[in-house]
Design a protein around this ligand. Structure first.
Ligand code: PMP
Length: 323
């Protein structure tokens, strides 16, 4: 396919081999305008081989775009069907024509996840935006049917709009290529050259530079945040257990991209409002992730200055509890 730089594809495979985060042997690769475009290209491609409309689901709390995009594009082929675990536990025992989004590590809570549904007519889209050594231990190379990665969370070049999907099935691959060709005639050559340069720089020292730096930075932030909030009875952070990392060959403590904070007191039913009004901290409401507003998501991927400001404001808020 003339839209796709072989050199870039080769370097992407090398990158996964070094980070040990995904199997690429014998798989097809599709490029996208960020991973955002590929999320919907994947829904299209998978639903084309199902009886319509396919039910698109995700276990809560989930990244809002899965629902927003599926509903906005509103095709005859698919519809958003809500929380994946409702299908599993509900009275409907026929789990058919289902497409499940699985983000691992999950946005918002940073936990490694597996699909909650299984069966011959369940297809999954694994969103691995954060499956890099900065944000999580890499317990094993991901080996799923349809896996999506992005430059945005690898080097931070979200504005270059480059993502890629690793696809097992040839039919699905071809349908995704068709989507891509009709949506925008293929990824811009400028974008591909930019991504190639970035990945080559990452690979120069076998990834050591960026991955060690980014893990240390994210780990440091998580440790400081836990320390501040360990003094609080009002706010609780999510727990992410340490895990053996194939990339670093050590057990690694958590280093997530987001804090998924819970307001533990009955009266603090909107945690976003509490932080905003009492400490001038802006997060994202739990409700947008299909969870309770008792939760709020705080981003930890920001400049050092902004992170330190967040920490200072939280410290002050927590210190007021004791009075
Ligand atoms: N998936 C997840 C889970 C994300 O958090 C994001 C970015 N917020 C994306 C996909 C999309 O990123 P991009 O389109 O920049 O690749």
């Amino acid at each position: 396919n003339s839209y796709i730089s072989q050199e870039l594809e080769k370097n992407i495979r090398k990158l996964h081999a070094i980070t040990k985060n995904a199997v690429t042997d014998g798989r097809y690769i599709v490029f996208g305008a960020g991973s955002t475009q590929l999320l919907n290209a994947a829904v299209y491609a998978l639903s084309m081989n199902m009886s319509s409309p396919a039910k698109v689901v995700a276990e809560k709390p989930f990244y809002p775009v899965y629902k927003e995009q599926t509903e906005f594009f509103k095709a005859k082929l698919f519809e958003f069907h809500g929380d994946a675990s409702l299908l599993r536990n509900g009275t409907s025992n026929t789990i058919e024509n289902v497409i499940e989004f699985v983000a691992s590590p999950n946005n918002p809570d940073g936990n490694l996840k597996k699909a909650v549904l299984e069966g011959p007519s369940v297809k999954t889209i694994h969103d691995y935006a954060y499956y890099w050594p900065h944000y999580t231990a890499i317990p094993a190379p991901a080996d799923e049917d349809l896996m999506i990665f992005t430059m945005s969370k690898l080097t931070g070049h979200a504005g270059s709009r480059f993502g890629w999907a690793i696809v097992k099935d040839k039919d699905v691959y071809e349908n995704m290529l068709k989507y891509k060709s009709l949506a925008d005639s293929g990824t811009s050559k400028d974008t591909q050259l930019r991504a190639l340069k970035l990945i080559k720089v990452v690979l120069e020292d076998g990834g050591q530079g960026i991955f060690n730096f980014a893990y240390k930075t994210m780990r440091g932030r998580w440790t400081k945040l836990n320390h501040v909030l360990s003094l609080s009875k009002r706010f609780k952070l999510q727990e992410i257990p340490p895990s053996f990392c194939k990339y670093s060959q050590t057990v690694r403590g958590a280093s997530p991209a987001f804090a998924w904070l819970k307001c533990a007191k009955e009266e603090d039913s909107n945690c976003h409002k509490v932080l905003h009004h009492e400490a001038n901290i802006l997060g994202r409401e739990g409700g947008s992730f299909n969870a309770e507003d008792r939760y709020v998501r705080l981003s930890l991927v920001k400049s050092a200055d902004d992170f330190n400001l967040l920490l200072d404001r939280l410290k002050e808020l927590v210190s007021m509890e004791e009075q």
